[in-house]
Design a protein. Structure first.
Length: 215
């Protein structure tokens, strides 16, 4: 008698567990299709180039900012008369409040009406609160995945991603040293890639900001 009374409860528990398993499998398949796992392996510069292609495929006109002195802005995207400054954050941890402060400051510098921070991760609570107070749009991992899935079927984004990855590998093979060829000062990865991506000016060598002025 007791078993007859309890069987609906066991059925409900089984159905709940099954639904959770199916949802988990669906989410894994969805993430695999989005390419987010590949993004997690990118460095910061490659992620910027990836977003450049992504926004272009979303119908934006895209400008890359300078490699040096970008004032917290990586991309300027324009659509429907709205100019937005974008900061790209390829992080393994949560993006903190500093990213919001930087992109807010860069909005006036680049004459933009809106600001956005895009990450493959998530944001801290203080970062979310400051963004809300300053009207900064936040694209966390979930929103990025949704954007990727919305266009991947109908665009050549995958091919562009592969081209970006190949070019980055070629640049990395050219020089693994992050020191200025003149003074030996250590430079950031962004400065290094800027030098290596302009071989006609720098001859495949790396120079700090001060010594780039003489080239």
């Amino acid at each position: 008698m007791g078993l007859k009374i309890l069987w609906p409860l066991w059925l409900l528990i089984f159905a709940t567990v099954l639904i959770k398993i199916l949802f988990h499998l669906w989410e894994l398949r969805r993430l695999s299709k989005s390419g987010i796992k590949e993004i997690d392996q990118m460095d910061g510069l490659t992620f910027e180039k990836y977003l450049q292609s992504l926004f272009r495929n979303l119908g934006y006109r895209v400008e890359r900012t300078a490699y040096i002195g970008d004032y917290g802005a990586d991309l300027i995207v324009s659509k429907d008369g709205i100019r937005t400054v974008v900061q790209a954050k390829r992080y393994s941890g949560k993006v903190n409040i500093k990213a919001i402060q930087e992109v807010v400051a860069s909005k006036a510098k680049y004459h933009c009406t809106e600001a956005m921070v895009v990450t493959n991760s998530y944001f801290t609570k203080p970062a979310i609160e400051l963004a809300k107070a300053n009207g900064v749009k936040l694209w966390d991992r979930d929103k990025l995945v949704n954007a990727l899935l919305s266009i991947k079927k109908d665009t050549g984004l995958n091919d562009e991603i592969n081209e970006i990855a190949v070019s980055e590998e070629q640049l990395a093979d050219m020089d693994d040293n992050n020191a200025c060829a003149i003074c030996g000062k250590s430079v950031s990865e962004k400065v290094k890639q800027y030098c290596l991506s302009n071989p006609q000016r720098f001859g495949g060598k790396i120079y700090c900001y001060e010594h780039q002025k003489n080239k």
